[in-house]
Each structure stands twice: as C-alpha cells, then as structure tokens.
Design a protein around this ligand. Structure first.
Ligand code: GLA
Length: 380
C-alpha cells in the first residue's frame, strides 16, 4: 500500500488502517444496453480504480474522508439517511442494501481516493458501490461472493440513488479476471472469463464530452425496451432472436422497433464476439465492434457527434481493428482494439486528429484487463 496514503490515514484518524479495498472501473467491449434486457455483455475491468483504506470501529458509525473531493462525511450505517454529497449517497446506499438483506453492519473510518474519470462511461459509480460494499464486508468480517456484492451495488443504485441501471457494471467490477473479458449472462448472472488475445491493445478514447440528463434518456430507452418485450409477449428482449424478430417486428411502432432491433442484434454480436475471441480473430472482433457502434448510433440513438467523430478517426488509424462507443452513451468514452505495436502511435494520432476536427482535447489511454475488486489486510 502507498505509504503516503497510510500516513494520511494515521494523521486523520489517529491509528493505522487495517484493510485496503480496490474496486476497478470497467470498459465494455461489446453488449451495450443489453443488460437490463436480461441479455449478454462482454466487459473487462480496467487499470483505474477506487481505493479505500479503512479501520473497523466498534460501533456502527462510518467516518470517511475523500481525498479527491476534499470532503469529510459521517453517518450511522444502521440508519442511513438521504442527502449530502453524491459520493456519500452511494456509500449510504450500500449500507441500506446490506441492512435490507439482513447482513450485519459495523462502522469504519476510511480514506477514499480513485483515478476513474467520472461521468465518462467507465463505471466510477459501480466501483464506488463495490468498494464500499467490500469495506462494510471487511468491517463485519463477511466474504460476499462477487455476484452478491454486485447485486447489493445494483440495488443501492436503483433504489437508493434512483438510477435504473442494469447489473453489468457492478459484475464487471466485482467478478473480472486479469487478462480476460467477462462474458456475463445478465438473466442468470452466470459468467465465464474469456482470455483476451495477446498482441491486441484496448484503447479507451475519452471524448471529454459529458452530457447532462443522461439518466432520463437512459430510463426512456429502458421503457422502450420494456414496451417492445410486452408487445412481443416475452419476459425480456433476451427471449427474441433475430429470426424470430423478423416475423414479429411489424407489431411495434417504428422507434420501438429500432430500439428492439439494436438489443436483439447486439445480443447476437456478443456471442459472435466470444467466438471470435476463442479463435483469436482480432479482425472479426473489430468488425463486430464497428457494427455495434452503427447499431447504437442509428437504431438505439445513444451516440453523439463527439463519439461518432472519435470512432471514425480511430478506425482510420493504422493497426485499428475496430472501435465503438462504450457505456450508456451520449458522451464519455469509446473503446478501440488496436495492434499492440501500433498502440502508442494510434493514441497520439487519434488525439491530434480529434483535436483538429472538433477543437476538443481527448484523453486516450491504453488499458489492460485487470482483476476484479479485492480486499487485502494491511500489515503495518
Ligand atoms: C450504464 C449502466 C449499465 C448498462 C450500460 C449500457 O453503464 O449502468 O447497467 O445498461 O449503461 O450498456
């Protein structure tokens, strides 16, 4: 553990920390807006994370300091209340979800910091939920399974924070494996770790655009998918395949039909992407990323000018296999698959060209697939 961080902890709380929790952000390779349709996703955890160092308390009070916000918060884990800063809401939300689940809660004092860009579609919120869940688990000596932790995080976000997200981000954060993508069935939460091919780099292309009102647009897309499923007489769009959709699509109005077509075709693309990965066929995987982007742009309509522009620029660079927007959309990041040897030149050229075309500064970084969230005991 980083000594300056443990020193800061001791200065603030007067005793050394006992645990270190790390919860990574994620990049979704493919399978966008399929999770809440009970379909398939293929994300990976990335090398940016939220860290909490903490020390359990004998009572149920939680005392926290965020180094990134320069803010301190305190609440009773046994009686969380709404209000206060957004970052604290996620932590109170986890306490609420754990309590609702009948899990024992103990308080802790903690220092929080992280390097996942916020609002960029890289799941900094899910990472905060999972980090807080593990902090509560450490304090009460619990060892929840990754899917349990993810479920608690999703409940906190859905019911406490009020965002109707699916389960992908929390599962990617909790259950990923180094050098692998996570194939997740969002209906059963069954998952499999799929090795990523050697020699292929994953580049995160942050457009530096962030869009407000994203939650209402997201909820509206969700409602369209639910309407489509109801009209087609299925539990979720997961239950319709492309052949079945062809014969029944006429029952839907034009917009709902396009929304459903995205979800149904995207589920198919995730499964094809897994086959491509098993064959180590980066070119085929890249083409699936390109097709996913087109479907998100034209059918699901969650892309943006900045995302379209950076994706097109990325694809023109030597060594790029394919690129697409990643996460909920409307702004934030795209992901590109690039030949390892070309990755640095790719990053420089894409950023330069994006600046020339849009006037905006992109942040482009080559990431790698990391292990999911972890808890370590500190020996000081
Ligand atoms: C956000 C949500 C996820 C998922 C994606 C879109 O990241 O939190 O649950 O729906 O958007 O794929």
């Amino acid at each position: 553990m980083n000594p300056p961080l443990t020193d800061k902890f001791e200065q603030r709380f007067g005793a050394p920390p006992a645990f270190h929790v790390r919860a990574p952000g994620r990049v979704n390779l493919i399978g966008e807006h399929t999770d809440y349709n009970e379909g398939f996703v293929l994300p990976m955890a990335m090398d940016r994370a939220i860290h909490i160092i903490l020390r359990p308390r004998a009572d149920s009070r939680v005392r926290l300091h965020s180094l990134d916000y320069g803010e301190t918060a305190e609440f009773d884990a046994a009686a969380p209340r709404r209000g206060g800063s957004k970052w604290v809401e996620y932590i109170q939300g986890i306490a609420w979800a754990m309590q609702k689940d009948g899990l024992p809660l103990r308080g802790w004092e903690g220092l929080i910091t992280g390097d996942i860009p916020r609002g960029a579609g890289l799941s900094s919120s899910a990472a905060l939920e999972i980090a807080a869940g593990l902090a509560f688990a450490a304090a009460a000596d619990l060892t929840p399974a990754p899917a349990k932790l993810a479920e608690l995080g999703r409940q906190a976000e859905n019911e406490w924070v009020g965002v109707r997200c699916g389960i992908m981000d929390q599962m990617a954060c909790a259950a990923s494996k180094e050098d692998h993508a996570l194939l997740l069935d969002c209906r059963t939460l069954a998952y499999e770790h799929i090795p990523l091919p050697a020699g292929v780099a994953v580049a995160v292309l942050d457009t530096s655009t962030r869009r407000g009102l994203i939650d209402s647009a997201y909820n509206e897309r969700r409602a369209s998918c639910e309407l489509a499923a109801r009209t087609l007489g299925v539990r979720a769009l997961r239950d319709v395949d492309e052949a079945g959709f062809g014969s029944r699509a006429a029952a839907l109005d034009e917009v709902t039909r396009r929304r459903a077509r995205h979800v149904i075709s995207e589920n198919g693309r995730v499964l094809h992407a897994v086959e491509a990965l098993r064959r180590r066929d980066a070119a085929a995987l890249g083409r699936l990323l390109d097709a996913s982007h087109a479907s998100l742009r034209d059918d699901f309509e969650v892309s943006s000018e900045a995302l379209n522009s950076i994706v097109e620029i990325a694809r023109r660079q030597p060594g790029c296999y394919g690129a697409r927007m990643t996460g909920a959309g409307f702004g934030g990041c795209a992901v590109a698959l690039v030949e390892q040897g070309a990755a640095q030149a790719f990053a420089r050229a894409t950023a330069r060209r994006y600046h020339q075309e849009s006037g905006l500064e992109a942040s482009i970084y080559i990431t790698r697939a990391c292990a999911g969230a972890s808890l370590a005991r500190l020996t000081i």
